[in-house]
Design a protein around this ligand. Structure first.
Ligand SMILES: Cc1ncc(COP(=O)(O)O)c(C=O)c1O
Length: 285
């Protein structure tokens, strides 16, 4: 079994044990990152480390490691993982305080740091051929969705509702606006332009989203509208897809039992996905 990095040591996963007073365990007082690795090489590594830094800064946790140390840990995890396509998981919590108290421990305690690797799950043949299903659910999350916090209960409940309905993702709707997926960003082709919610406190700024938008800006062919998508317009979209580090660009062909467009994987997704895969092979480090 591949070892995990835990508080400065490399240990078997079952030996990486947090205290019952760890603030991540007690309060969900921590943040995380997921970094994709394809054919043994990471994609968007610097962007992911930057986002981890922003999440930590947003909740006043001092970054426990420097950039070169994160990179060395990730490189070792990739080297040790038997699978070529790997998902790297990093979690940092505020650490273990002597007593349970909502306020930050004073003086501060050492952060708890975990980094592990697991093989990336492949999409099913049916989804590759026919696209995936999604459901819409009310967005029950808080007002700082831009922080990649380990408080994922509303996301978990939404994703579980999707799974129970035989769908792959739940699209979160706040005030009539379709914002993003339970663990993905949302894109819709409406009147020939690609719509996605803008960065801000209501979505997580996905690295896949960022990379896709950079690619589209460089290509200068497809118009991009960064504006939240009203739910009725989502149902009018000719194509819908969601993006994430572990699922790339995932085409959605049914939402709440209604077909998206003609119900089949569309030409915009097909072209973008081809170009994105190409970019990935060029940009991985
Ligand atoms: C709520 C949410 N939005 C968007 C994303 C996509 O982010 P990324 O492309 O960085 O994986 C995730 C990924 O987990 C997420 O949890």
């Amino acid at each position: 079994m591949t070892q995990v990095y835990f508080n400065g040591r490399w240990v078997a996963p079952e030996q990486a044990q947090v205290s019952v007073f760890d603030r991540g365990f007690l309060f969900g007082d921590g943040v995380y990152e997921v970094i994709p690795v394809f054919a043994g090489r990471s994609f968007g590594l610097m962007e992911h480390i930057d986002r981890l830094g922003r999440s930590l800064a947003a909740i006043d946790i001092r970054e426990p490691l420097e950039r070169h140390e994160w990179i060395a840990i990730i490189e070792r995890l990739v080297r040790d993982c038997p699978s070529p396509d790997v998902s790297i998981y990093i979690q940092v919590t505020r650490g273990t305080a002597p007593k349970r108290d909502h306020a930050y421990p004073n003086p501060p305690v050492a952060a708890t740091v975990l980094a592990s690797a697991s093989p990336m799950a492949a999409l099913s043949e049916t989804i590759r051929r026919e696209g995936a299903r999604a459901i819409t659910v009310p967005d029950l999350r808080w007002a700082r969705c831009d922080i990649k916090s380990v408080n994922l209960l509303p996301n978990i409940m939404a994703r579980q509702q999707a799974v129970a309905a035989g769908a792959s993702e739940a699209i979160l709707v706040r005030d009539g606006m379709a914002l993003e997926g339970a663990a993905s960003n949302l894109f819709a082709v409406i009147d020939g332009a690609l719509h996605t919610a803008p960065l801000g406190p209501h979505i997580l700024g996905g690295i896949t989203r960022q990379k896709l938008l950079e690619m589209l800006r460089a290509q200068g062919q497809l118009a991009v509208v960064e504006s939240a998508i009203p739910l009725d317009r989502l149902f009018d979209a000719s194509e819908v897809f969601v993006t994430s580090s572990t699922r790339d660009l995932l085409p959605i062909t049914r939402i709440d039992e209604r077909p998206v467009g003609d119900g089949r994987i569309g030409p915009v997704w097909t072209t973008l996905n081809r170009d994105f895969q190409q970019m990935k092979t060029e940009q991985v480090v």
